[in-house]
Design a protein around this ligand. Structure first.
Ligand SMILES: [Zn+2]
Length: 311
C-alpha cells in the first residue's frame, strides 16, 4: 500500500500511553482533517496563508492533560510530507532569528552552568542556535540530527574544525555513547514528533549526570492561543501534540529529568510581519503591507522554553 492509501493512524496519548480522553474539550478545524483525503491534506500541509486550513482534531488526555491528535498521519505519510518541506523560518531576517536564539541561550545559562562535553541538537536547521551555543562553551563532539539534507552543507560549514556527526534520522542517536552529552537542544521539534516520550528517555540516557536539556515548544495554554482559538497557527497538520508548561514539565520529569524550569520566551519580528499575520488570523485574509524592516518588536508569543538537568 502506498502511504497515500494508508488509513490515518490511531494514537494513544504520546506522553503517558492512556487512551481515555477528556470529554469536555476538543479543538477542530473546519473542515476536519480526519475525513479529508491524503492528497487534499498534502495541499493543506504547505503554506501558512490558506483558505480552509485543516488539522486533525485535538483532544486532551484524561489521565495526564497532554493535548494531542488521536488520529494523525502514519510514519510513511509523514516522511512523504516532510520531503516536500522547504524553509521553516517563514522568511524572517537572520538577525532577528539570531536574537531569538540568544534569548534561549540566556535562559539556559541562567538555569545551569554550561560545561564542555558532547552536544546534540534535534532539528538544528541551518544551525542558528548551534552557533550561539558554541560561543558559550567548548562543546565536542557535536551530533546534529537534521532530516532536511538540504541544510547539511551549511551545518558542515558551521562545524568545520570541530568533531561532529550529521545524522539524518533520530534512529541514529543509538550510536551516541551513553552518558556523554553535556547539552541537548530541541527547539520546535517535540511538537512535531509522533513519539516524543521514548526519544526524551533515550536522550536522557545519552546525557552525562549534571547535563542540561533545552526544549522549546508552542504553549497551548498561552493567552494568544486562547484568543485565536482554532485560528491559532500552532493548531496545524504539523503538530501531532501541543505542550503547555504543565505537560512539558511532566514529560521531562517522566523521562528522568530534574530541576525542570519552564519560561515564556520572546520572539523577535518585524512589526509589519506581525500585523500581516494578525490580520490573517483575525479572518481578514492576506493583506499586503509595506516593509519597514527597522521596526521590530520582541513578543512573548506563546512559546515556552523548558530547561532541565539529568540528576
Ligand atoms: Zn496522557
Amino acid at each position: 500500500m502506498s502511504p497515500a492509501e494508508e488509513p490515518y493512524l490511531q494514537r494513544a496519548c504520546p506522553a503517558c500511553g492512556s487512551e481515555s480522553l477528556d470529554p469536555t474539550w476538543r479543538m477542530t478545524s473546519e473542515p476536519v482533517a480526519e475525513t479529508a483525503s491524503f492528497s487534499d491534506l498534502r495541499q493543506s500541509w504547505r503554506g501558512f496563508f490558506k483558505e480552509g486550513k485543516h488539522f486533525f482534531t485535538y483532544r486532551r488526555c484524561q489521565s495526564c492533560g497532554q493535548v494531542y491528535s488521536p488520529r494523525y498521519f502514519t510514519p510513511g505519510q509523514l516522511a512523504e510530507l516532510y520531503r516536500q518541506m522547504d524553509d521553516n523560518t517563514g522568511g524572517l531576517p537572520e538577525a532577528l532569528l539570531a536574537k531569538t536564539q540568544r534569548g534561549y541561550l540566556d535562559l539556559l545559562r541562567h538555569h545551569a552552568e554550561l560545561e564542555p562535553g558532547g552536544y546534540l541538537e534535534l532539528g538544528p536547521d541551518i544551525g542558528l542556535f548551534t552557533r550561539e551555543a558554541l560561543r558559550a562553551a567548548d562543546f565536542a563532539p557535536c551530533w546534529m540530527v537534521e532530516p532536511n539534507l538540504a541544510v547539511h552543507p551549511a551545518l558542515e560549514e558551521l562545524l568545520r574544525g570541530k568533531e561532529h556527526h550529521l545524522l539524518a534520522d533520530s534512529a541514529e542517536i543509538a550510536q551516541v555513547p551513553d552518558g556523554s552529552l553535556s547539552l541537548v537542544v530541541a527547539i520546535h521539534v517535540l511538537d512535531h514528533l509522533l513519539e516524543p516520550q521514548p526519544l526524551l528517555e533515550l536522550l536522557q540516557k545519552k546525557m552525562r549526570p549534571g547535563g542540561s536539556i533545552l526544549v522549546v515548544t508552542h504553549n497551548q495554554q498561552s493567552f494568544i492561543a486562547q484568543i485565536f482559538g482554532r485560528r491559532w497557527p500552532a493548531y496545524c497538520l504539523q503538530h501531532p501534540q501541543l505542550y503547555a508548561p504543565s505537560s512539558l514539565e511532566k514529560s521531562l520529569g517522566r523521562a528522568g529529568f530534574q530541576q525542570v524550569q519552564v519560561r515564556g520566551t520572546k520572539n523577535y519580528f518585524p512589526v509589519m510581519y506581525l500585523l500581516q499575520h494578525f490580520l490573517f488570523a483575525s479572518g481578514l485574509g492576506r493583506v499586503a503591507l509595506p516593509g519597514f524592516p527597522a521596526w521590530r518588536i520582541g513578543l512573548k508569543l506563546g512559546n515556552i522554553a523548558a530547561m532541565a538537568r539529568k540528576p
